[in-house]
Design a protein around this ligand. Structure first.
Ligand SMILES: *Cc1c(COP(=O)(O)O)cnc(C)c1O
Length: 405
């Protein structure tokens, strides 16, 4: 017998990743206030969180969570279809549907599970349908790509934001049921998908458009209803909307919104919805409060726009490699992974936590600092970050010991 050992193989793959300077490690932080944290005994200003509106530590959100836990306990006690679907979940679903202008919404425990569930329900193998086609932007979130790969559908990825390429791929499969899935705001680049053009294409080709609005919800559009609302697109234009609750809303979990028929189908066929424990009802209560605040938070969105502009103007004056983003995700493209890691380490020494995003999360040669802004930041926080960026050595030396994320 000559059977390879799986754990040995894994250890070798890990070692190989470390040799390429791409090893990742976990670090435990304590968030001390919005936009601030303590790590290894030092205080940092956080420029890598997705808490865009500063709601994760909002006193009303905290109070809602505490109150609901005191009244209804912590765990949901079961799957949604058994004992776990609490009134707080149902209320949150209704509120999310109204907010996003959809007929209904369905909660999932995480965004990954929501994307997986949509793919399973729409593209999974059944006795009665042919495996369809799934078109995706090359830069879509990993969970959309993985979700499609786990189905029988043919997955085709079009070059980033290239609507003509997507049209050609659709035209090449005129007889297949087709789902076109895109991030609303791209998580590592911060740019917004060409949603109106994609919606027009899908309408012309009878394909179904799905938008993952993890980074648009709460931030873009009237009342923060997201990138689709911002583009003036309705449920007819984009029948499947996925949103996450752990980013601008500051809590956790995710939802899918669309027609009553879509939601009923997901309840039947989305295995990541059916076969998992419902999230704690207190989390739903906290999210309900966060949605209430987010809808009315034009002041926070205005503050965010101001900070984005302040950062971009400052960075442009310094000649930093900005990307074309108008959202709170403001990456600086550095190229090689060592350079990004070294820059993140130097910023850390100056008191700033910034994510170094490296392959395989982004393509080879496109490592970057992923700077994210929050309404909780002060002007002075941004100015000091810019000072620290200006002080970075022009050619940061590779440092094998630095391996943030
Ligand atoms: C964060 C994110 C997800 C995953 O959501 P979680 O709730 O964190 O699992 C999905 N899609 C996009 C675009 C994301 O940024």
């Amino acid at each position: 017998m000559n059977r390879p050992d799986l754990l040995d193989q894994l250890a070798r793959a890990t070692q190989e990743r470390a040799q390429r300077g791409l090893h990742r490690r976990l670090r435990a932080v304590e968030h001390t206030a919005s936009g601030r944290c303590r790590l290894d005994g030092h205080e940092f200003i956080v420029f890598c969180s997705n808490d865009y509106l500063g709601l994760a530590a909002h006193p009303d959100v905290i109070a809602a969570l505490q109150r609901a836990a005191a009244e209804h306990g912590v765990g949901s006690t079961g799957a949604h279809l058994i004992s776990g679907h609490h009134r707080a979940h149902a209320e949150l679903e209704e509120t999310l549907a109204v907010w996003t202008g959809r007929e209904r919404a369905l909660l999932f425990s995480t965004g990954i599970m929501a994307n997986l569930g949509v793919m399973q329900a729409l593209l999974g193998r059944t006795d009665t349908r042919q495996p369809g086609l799934c078109l995706q932007d090359k830069l879509n979130h990993a969970s959309l790509i993985d979700g499609a790969r786990a189905t029988a559908a043919t997955l085709r990825r079009y070059p980033h934001a290239d609507v003509d390429a997507a049209a050609r791929q659709l035209a090449a499969h005129p007889n297949d049921a087709a789902l076109l899935a895109t991030d609303g705001v791209f998580s590592m680049d911060g740019d917004i998908a060409p949603l109106r053009a994609l919606a027009a294409l899908c309408r012309r080709e009878s394909a179904t458009l799905m938008v993952d609005d993890a980074h648009g919800l709460g931030v873009l559009g009237p009342q923060g209803a997201g990138s689709l609302a911002d583009a003036g697109l309705t449920q007819d234009d984009a029948p499947i909307l996925m949103g996450t609750l752990g980013k601008a809303l500051g809590t956790g979990g995710a939802f899918v919104a669309g027609s009553a028929a879509l939601i009923d189908g997901l309840v039947q066929f989305a295995r990541s919805f059916v076969y998992t424990t419902a999230p704690p009802p207190a989390l739903a209560a906290a999210t309900l409060e966060a949605v209430r605040i987010a809808r009315a938070a034009d002041d926070r969105r205005e503050r965010l726009r101001h900070l984005i502009e302040r950062f971009r103007n400052g960075a442009a004056q310094l000649g930093l490699p900005l990307m074309p983003s108008t959202t709170p995700i403001q990456p600086l493209l550095l190229g090689d992974a060592e350079r990004a890691s070294a820059a993140a380490t130097a910023l850390e020494q100056a008191g700033f936590l910034v994510g170094a995003i490296r392959p395989p999360t982004v393509p080879d040669g496109q490592a970057r600092l992923r700077i994210t802004l929050s309404a909780a930041h002060r002007d002075d926080d941004v100015d000091r970050l810019l000072d620290a960026l200006a002080a970075l050595p022009r050619k940061t030396q590779a440092d094998p010991a630095s391996d943030s994320c």
